[in-house]
Each structure stands twice: as C-alpha cells, then as structure tokens.
Design a protein around this ligand. Structure first.
Ligand code: MN
Length: 216
C-alpha cells in the first residue's frame, strides 16, 4: 500500500502522532485530571483514510467512540524545535477523527497496557482536506462533529491545554519530525459511541475543512 496523500497539501502521510487529554473537559469526562505534559500515542499508517470512507466496527469491540480533532501536518523536518520557530514546520491543518475502541482502551488502561489496539484499527484515523498554513501565528479554529445531523462535539482550539507550538516543540524533543507527519491534537468533550449506519460529518471553520464517514 502506498502512503495516503494529505488532501490539498499533496504530501504523503508519514508518522501519525496523537495527543491525549488536551482539553480539560474531555479529560474530566474520562475521569482524569489535566496532564502536566502532553500525553502521546501513535497510530499505524493503515488507520489513515480520507473523506467518504467507511469505518467498519471491528469484531473485537462493542464500543467505538468518535473523537473529533484538529490535525496538524508537518511540512519541514526538525529535531529539538524551539516553540518560537515551531510554526515554520507546519504545512497545514484540517479536521480528523481519532476513532477509539473505548472498551479495549479501558481494559488496557486498567491493566497498565498500551493503547495501540484501541486506537489502531483500519480506518480509525480519517482526515479531511487540509488548509495550507504559512504564517507566524496559529489562528483560533472552531470545529465540530455531528452524527446523522445532530451535533455531538464542539471545540475551539484556544481551549487546548498545550497549544500548537508547544505540541510541535515537545514532540520534536523526542522524535525527529518529518514532512508528512500528522499530529492529532486532542478532542473536546462529548465523545460517544457510534453504530452501524451512522453518518458522521466533521467540520473545521465552517466548511474550510470537512470530513464525512459512514459506520458499518
Ligand atoms: Mn484522541
């Protein structure tokens, strides 16, 4: 399989980084305190898909949740990137969904095990079109997710506990960031279960980035 191409940026996806508990009200609904530093996990390349994809509920889970998130795309590689120059490494941003098998994740958490299975099924990381970025300040973005026309999650990026420059800098102190890396920046409150037949629509900035997926 060839790496999927990030829509509008025409860059192949490289590594998929995800940030957990980056919105206080979501951390709270999951029964956690706000973290002192970013919580990081990864998804496999096989979890990435584009708009109009179908997400099959895996037989291993009875509780698949949507987590709508703003997704960052890295355009320039770097290591130990200071916050002050972090935005120079950003190629664009768009909307995505971090699908999570909540029952598998809970079991993993209870047993002190990794989240890879809960987060990593095929098509568990759909992304919409990306908005190219070329600025020295990151704009505040509204985003939301609806199921069958009913709004379930609404977020605003100014409520992120760790902002965009902080996330890029933090990750780059550990991992060499490469062109095509995606960073799922965390979900606001309102996560809930999906069922077969649901049609999900995710939107960032009133249609500037959109994503439609069907659950089967
Ligand atoms: Mn998430």
């Amino acid at each position: 399989m060839k790496n999927p191409i990030i829509p509008n940026l025409e860059i192949p996806v490289h590594t998929i980084f995800c940030i957990g508990r980056n919105y206080a009200n979501h951390a709270k609904e999951m029964g956690h305190d706000t973290p002192d530093e970013p919580i990081v996990f990864l998804k496999p390349l096989s979890s990435v898909c584009l708009t109009n994809s179908t997400i099959n509920i895996p037989i291993q889970s009875l509780d698949i949740h949507h987590e709508v998130e703003m997704v960052l795309a890295i355009g320039k590689s770097g290591k130990n990137i200071p916050k002050e120059t972090a935005l120079e490494h950003l190629a664009g941003f768009g909307i995505g969904i971090d699908f999570t098998a909540r029952d598998i994740q809970k079991k993993a958490k209870d047993n002190g095990e990794p989240w890879s299975i809960a987060k990593g099924f095929d098509n568990f990381a759909p992304i919409g079109n990306f908005i190219p970025f070329n600025s020295n300040s990151f704009p505040e973005c509204n985003f939301n997710l609806s199921i069958n026309g009913e709004i379930k999650q609404q977020g605003i990026t100014s409520k992120m506990i760790f902002d965009v420059p902080t996330l890029i800098s933090f990750l780059s102190n550990i991992f060499t960031l490469e062109e095509g890396d995606l960073i799922f920046s965390g979900t606001p409150e309102g996560v809930s279960a999906v069922k077969a037949g649901d049609i999900l629509h995710a939107d960032l900035e009133n249609g500037k980035s959109t994503l439609n997926v069907t659950i089967a």
